[in-house]
Design a binder for this molecule. Structure first.
Ligand SMILES: [Zn+2]
Length: 172
């Protein structure tokens, strides 16, 4: 094998986990484990706005009705504003009336969860980007049928990529 061909093959293999979190194996879709990105919060602070950092890495919440993504109704993909991992399809977006972008489900395997005791009167399920750990929002049980879930997301924690535009390479 010529060196150039070998390098191209290696590049193709290396690109698979980045470009295809879901891979086909024996004709079925299987989830590929997404390796965590361990990046110091100070490094994120140099890349992101103070508000985005407050939400993503200090578990803050943006003001209701403040996100331009509330009015985003095009087909496309919502990616983590920090590491750029795709988190939601536009197909899962719905109007919840809450003032935060809302979704019926996260892309399978792209979000992690933990129990949030921040509010004294309510235990909530917090979710975050499975790759960088950036806080996205909370998931509630009052979403539309058939799934019944409402993924209440901070718009500042997401970037939107319209259909037809290439998804960005994940940040490292
Ligand atoms: Zn992320």
């Amino acid at each position: 094998m010529q060196r150039r061909t070998l390098l191209q093959s290696v590049a193709a293999i290396a690109a698979v986990p980045l470009a295809a979190p879901l891979a086909r194996a024996a004709g079925q879709l299987v989830a590929v484990v997404i390796p965590p990105l361990r990046k110091p919060v100070d490094a994120w602070r140099k890349l992101l706005s103070p508000l985005a950092c407050a939400v993503l890495f200090d578990e803050g919440t943006e003001r209701a009705f403040s996100s331009p993504l509330l009015g985003e109704h095009r087909d496309g993909t919502f990616v983590c504003a920090a590491c750029l991992l795709p988190l939601f399809s536009s197909k899962a977006k719905f109007e919840s009336g809450t003032g935060w972008p809302s979704f019926t489900q996260c892309l399978p395997g792209h979000c992690g969860f933990k129990t949030d005791h921040q509010l004294a009167f309510e235990v909530r399920t917090e979710y975050h980007c499975i790759r960088c750990g950036g806080h996205q929002g909370h998931v509630f049980d009052d979403g539309p049928a058939p799934l019944g879930k409402r993924w209440c997301n901070n718009g500042v924690a997401l970037n939107f990529v319209p259909k037809g535009q290439a998804l960005p390479a994940w940040r490292t």
